[in-house]
Design a protein. Structure first.
Length: 94
C-alpha cells in the first residue's frame, strides 16, 4: 500500500511540501544525499525514510571544528563519518 502511494506521488512537485510529504517525495527521487537545515530535521527525515524505504538511512555527523581553526574534529566524529562513507560506497558498488 505504501509502495503504491510512493509510485502515485507526482514527481513534478518540488516545493511547498509539508510533513511526511517531503519524505514521500524524497523516497520517490531516491537521492544519495539530502542536506537539512538542522540535526533535528535530519533525524526526523531519517526516521520517516527508513519507515518508507525499509532500509537504513545515515546521518553524517557535522564536524565539530570550523575549517581554518587550530581545533581538529574529534576522532569519534571522523570515525563515524568514515564508517558512513564506507557503507555508502559499498551500497553504490552493489
Amino acid at each position: 500500500m505504501l509502495k503504491d502511494l510512493i509510485e502515485k506521488f507526482p514527481a513534478s512537485i518540488n516545493s511547498g511540501l509539508i510533513g511526511v510529504a517531503k519524505s514521500l517525495y524524497l523516497a520517490k527521487l531516491s537521492p544519495d544525499l539530502v542536506i537539512t537545515s538542522s540535526t533535528t530535521s535530519a533525524q526526523k527525515l531519517k526516521a520517516e525514510l527508513e519507515l518508507i524505504l525499509k532500509k537504513e538511512v545515515f546521518i553524517l555527523p557535522a564536524l565539530d571544528a570550523i575549517p581554518g581553526e587550530e581545533h581538529e574534529p574529534s576522532k569519534e566524529i571522523i570515525g563515524e563519518r568514515l564508517k558512513i562513507f564506507k557503507a555508502w560506497l559499498k551500497n553504490k558498488k552493489s
